[in-house]
Design a protein around this ligand. Structure first.
Ligand SMILES: O=C(O)CCC(=O)C(=O)O
Length: 308
């Protein structure tokens, strides 16, 4: 307990308790971010040739196993180039305060917000209004070493971790300037306070942001915060903090690094324990989502973030 009490002195822990996320005031080295981006762009063009044809897709639809995995992850070729994030002193200090200095990287991958200009019309028609438009199912297999989004409704990152405690955080780094039209992340401040809740979430837009209800009788008024910033912008959030993106309306893709960082199981109390002690709800869920059928296909249409 003494350690958790000490750790709460770090601004990242204070921000997680107060609002569910932390923006790094100085980000990370923009020159290193640009160098990495240039190397990635030299490998990939992010054009319409990313996608299967409609006939190819329909011949064998695969909705599961279409994200990067060990052995098929573009970032595996860039370990040294990622030191500007993984060894940035501000990042290391903040993450250590939350998770302990023996924290581990659960997942790291490149995320591409695919621009409207390259998504084929047949695909746009099929996925319009879906809550989760992860396009991996429609991308040619060799390109599935990146995760591709055409918008995703407000969700918690706990969504992918049934029965796991919210003992991990997400770190996002923009590899180029991201403005309002580049599919920036929308994040709902204070939404973490209701802890784990089932996706899709009960959200009602109002003048101050969104009223968020947990289905258990609890509710919180949240403020919508747009994560826009320059190259090297870095922010991290709690596994129960709601966030999402709208489809990328710009002509260019948005390329970002996404890390999931976790505390080592067991051990002494950490800043994350102090954060979690303030939440009003379960820290883990037996079921995290109810939007998919048995094959992993969207069961219904509906999306809040597109109304933001
Ligand atoms: O980058 C995006 O468009 C959405 C990513 C996201 O929300 C996530 O990976 O949890």
């Amino acid at each position: 307990m003494a350690e958790a009490a000490l750790a709460t002195n770090h601004p990242a822990v204070e921000d997680f308790i107060a609002r569910g996320y932390h923006v790094f005031p100085d980000g990370v080295d923009p020159a290193a971010a640009s160098r990495l981006l240039a190397k990635i762009r030299a490998l990939r063009t992010f054009g319409a040739d990313l996608f299967l044809s409609e006939a190819e897709f329909d011949a064998n639809p695969q909705y599961i196993g279409v994200n990067p995995v060990p052995g098929r992850n573009l970032l595996e070729g860039f370990e040294k180039d990622l030191a500007f994030v993984e060894q940035d002193p501000g990042i290391v200090a903040a993450v250590s305060a939350l998770l302990g200095d023996d924290y581990e990287i659960l997942v790291k991958k490149l995320i591409c917000g695919v621009p409207a200009s390259v998504v084929p019309d047949w695909l746009k028609a099929r996925i319009a209004g879906n809550p989760v438009n992860n396009l991996g199912a429609y991308v040619r297999p060799p390109y599935r070493d990146i995760t591709y989004f055409y918008g995703i409704d407000f969700h918690q990152d706990l969504i992918d971790y049934r029965d796991r405690e919210a003992d991990f955080i997400t770190l996002y780094v923009y590899l180029h300037d991201v403005g309002a039209h580049d599919a920036p992340l929308f994040l709902l401040e204070d939404s973490h306070k209701l802890a784990g809740t089932l996706f899709p979430h009960d959200l009602t837009k109002n003048e101050s942001g969104w009223l968020y209800r947990d289905g258990r009788g609890g509710e919180v008024q949240t403020r919508q915060h747009l994560l826009t910033g320059k190259t090297g912008y870095a922010a991290m959030w709690h596994a129960c903090t709601l966030h999402g993106t709208q489809p990328d309306a710009a002509d260019n893709e948005r390329l970002s690094l996404r890390y999931l960082l976790a505390r080592k199981p067991g051990g002494a109390a950490r800043g994350i324990d102090a954060v979690n002690a303030t939440l009003q709800g379960p820290l883990s869920l037996e079921a995290t989502r109810q939007d998919l059928d048995a094959r992993g296909r969207a069961r219904f249409k509906g999306n809040s973030v597109n109304k933001a």
